[in-house]
Structure formats: C-alpha cells, structure tokens
Design a protein around this ligand. Structure first.
Ligand SMILES: NC(=O)c1ccc[n+]([C@@H]2O[C@H](COP(=O)([O-])OP(=O)(O)OC[C@H]3O[C@@H](n4cnc5c(N)ncnc54)[C@H](O)[C@@H]3O)[C@@H](O)[C@H]2O)c1
Length: 370
C-alpha cells in the first residue's frame, strides 16, 4: 500500500517553537524531500525499527501497546509522570525506554522529541470522569494544554502519524443516537473529562487542517484488560476484581441494568496499529469498541463467579454525572477504514483479567488506592 504524508510549507513556523530542534527538522526535510514521503508497508512490518513515542505509556492501554510495539521490533519511548501508573507495571524489555516526566514539562518533551519519533501515540491523560469533577483544573492542564504541547512537538519533528486517544463516553451525549456513529457527537457534556477529551480532538483537527499533521482520533469505548491497576478513579472492571478478591460485595451505582460497550485492550491495540498505517484513517475520528453491550449486573455476577466471591452485590446511588444508561459503539467505520474486527469474547477477556490479577496480586494490593 502506498502511504503519503503531506505537510504544508509553513508547518515549521509553529507556535514560537521554531528555534527548538531546528537541526533535527532541517535534516528531516532534506531526508524526506519537499515535505512528502511515500512508503510501502504492511501492518506487520511497518513498526519494525521505528521510533515510537507513547505518552502515558505506563498506563493500562499504554503498557499493552508498548509491549506489542516492542514485539514488532520498534524502539519505544514512554513519557509518563506515573500520576496514575506504577513502574512495576511497565514491561521490562530492552527496546522500551522509560522517561519519567510530564507532558507539561518542556524539558522532558525536548528530551523525548530529540529522538525524532516516527509515530506518536498520545495516551497520557488525567483519567477520568470522577477525577475530573474532583480536579477540573488539573484535567484541563493535562488533557488540554498537555495535548497542545505534545501536538506542537510532534509537528516540529514531522511525525508520520499522531494518534490521539479520545473517548466514546466523552464525545457522545444523551442527544447522540445509539449505536454511536462518529458524526453524531454532542456538545452537551457532563464532566470536565468529557469536555477536555473533545477539546483534544478539536486540537488535533486544527493541526491537521492548518498544518497537514497526519492525525487520527481514536475513540475508545470502555477499555479493559490485563494491566489496569484498580483505584478510586479507575474503571469498574479492575475495581470489581479487586473487591471480589477481597471478598467484598460489588457496589453497583444504579440498578445494574445499565450497559457498557466493554472492549478488550488487545482489540484496541489492533485498531491503534492500523490507525498508524492506513492512509484512509488520516484526519478521521474512528470508534474502537466491541460493538456489543453488556449489563453491569451481568459483569458483577461473572466477576463474582470467576473469583469465587460469595458476597454478592450492593446497590449505591448513581453518580450525578453518570447519566448515560447505555453505551454502544458503531464500529462500521473502523471495519471499513481499518479492517478492524474485535476478537475477544467478553467472558474470555474477563478470565484474562482475572489471571493477571492473580499473578500480580501482591503488587496490585500494595498499589491500589481508594
Ligand atoms: N480506559 C478506557 O476505558 C478509556 C476510554 C476512553 C479513552 N481513554 C483514553 O485512553 C488513554 C489511556 O487510557 P488508560 O486507560 O490507559 O488510562 P491510564 O490512566 O492508565 O493511562 C494514562 C497515563 O497517563 C499518565 N499521565 C497522566 N498525566 C500525565 C502527565 N501530565 N504527563 C505524562 N503522563 C501522564 C498516567 O500516569 C497514566 O499512566 C487516555 O487518554 C484516556 O483518556 C481510555
């Protein structure tokens, strides 16, 4: 497949950072010739020998993505401040370099972008809804200003692709029609996190429109899998496992008939890898979901059964911002543009999470904060 990337001429005169990394991008222009390159590739071999920056690479999705990229022969740089992640959870592989630092820290950004990443997977974020309601300013700083800064540096070094991790729960609202299709977003949102996830998309679109930066907005739906450490602000699946393994009843916020489109992390990664390569994805927002709904009560029962927890469930009040009773993605666009096809059955994915919890229980127990 022929893959072309076009940058506009004024791309380098960007945002007051033109003196930074000057040498780097001057060489890059010469090498690639008049701002264009054409590369033949397949998903399997494209990442080999490439340098890839994964912001937030120590997190749940990030650790799985970095492990996969390293397996494909890439040189991976993680930039993560460990604000919601743990060093023990980062894959210890020789072609993964971990740089501890914030996406708001210019020195750290210069440090990682000096490596001239070919691809940027921007996963770092202040996560997630309740955390943003409690800490709205940090949310705006990290998800808003942090995203802008990463985009500015990505532009300076001519990345081949910038993949932004947006959120299905963020950009679709009560006024969006289910299953959610990419065009049907809402501007009537319920948490600062939803606002800033949408803001990130607006920024990536701006960089694409004005400078020709090859961006893709990946809209994840309720990602789960090995690697997510439970905690006060974490997702329901790791938290259910944590409570179940502590023999506690599982708290259900609502009546349990609410549904979510839980998507296994390996399926998300397959989608992300394709987004890095498929030319058709550039400039697009694409859902990555399972395309299936499961009820919270059924999840709770499965977790209790897998862990042998007899304590059942307990019902607690729904959180004020948690207004969407059902979430379901349309994955037609991902199928068409990426050849995306989720593989993991929900029950099997939960078994994988249980295995990971069992193998890492001591670390998880020590790290989990509620
Ligand atoms: N997990 C989901 O269900 C889901 C759904 C939709 C979107 N997303 C998005 O996907 C991305 C990854 O999600 P995840 O589930 O792996 O979350 P995560 O919290 O595990 O990963 C985010 C990582 O970013 C790091 N981080 C936070 N602030 C930082 C900063 N200032 N500088 C550098 N690193 C920082 C954290 O330490 C963490 O390792 C996020 O952008 C999230 O908004 C996730």
């Amino acid at each position: 497949m022929i893959w072309k990337i076009a940058y506009k001429k004024n791309a380098l005169l960007l945002c007051g950072k033109e003196t930074l990394l000057k040498e780097t991008f001057t060489k890059e222009i010469k090498k690639r010739g008049k701002g264009r390159c054409a590369i033949k590739m397949s998903i399997e071999n494209e990442y080999e020998d490439k340098t890839i920056l994964v912001t937030g690479g120590a997190g749940c999705i990030g650790t799985n993505l970095c492990r996969k990229l390293a397996e494909l022969g890439a040189r991976v740089i993680i930039l993560d401040d460990l604000s919601s992640a743990y060093e023990w959870n980062i894959p210890k592989v020789k072609n993964i370099v971990f740089v501890k630092g914030s996406i708001l820290d210019e020195e750290k950004l210069k440090r990682v972008f000096k490596e001239k990443p070919d691809y940027v997977f921007h996963l770092a974020a202040h996560f997630a809804n309740q955390n943003s309601v409690d800490n709205p300013e940090t949310d705006l700083m990290v998800n808003g200003l942090g995203t802008l800064k990463v985009l500015q540096y990505a532009q300076l070094v001519y990345v081949k692709r910038f993949i932004y991790s947006s959120s299905g729960c963020g950009v679709y609202g009560l006024d969006s029609k289910m299953p959610f299709e990419e065009h049907d977003i809402s501007i009537s949102l319920h948490t600062p996190y939803q606002v800033t996830k949408l803001l990130g998309e607006l920024y990536t679109n701006y960089f694409h429109n004005l400078y020709g930066l090859p961006v893709v907005n990946a809209r994840f739906f309720n990602v789960y899998g090995p690697g997510e450490v439970p905690g006060r602000y974490r997702n329901v699946i790791p938290n259910f496992f944590y409570w179940a393994m502590n023999k506690q009843p599982l708290p259900i916020t609502g009546d349990g008939t609410e549904t979510r489109d839980w998507t296994y992390v390996d399926d998300i990664i397959n989608g992300l890898l394709a987004m890095g390569i498929k030319e058709e994805a550039v400039g697009e927002a694409i859902n990555l979901g399972s395309g299936k709904e499961h009820r919270v009560i059924d999840l709770a029962n499965m977790v209790n059964e897998l862990t042998g927890n007899d304590s059942g469930v307990r019902y607690v009040e729904r959180r004020d911002w948690d207004v969407k009773r059902r979430l379901l993605s349309s994955i037609e666009k991902a199928k068409k543009l990426l050849g995306y096809e989720p593989q993991m059955e929900f029950e099997d994915g939960l078994k994988k999470v249980h295995e990971w919890f069992t193998e890492n229980w001591e670390n998880i127990r020590r790290s989990a904060e509620f």
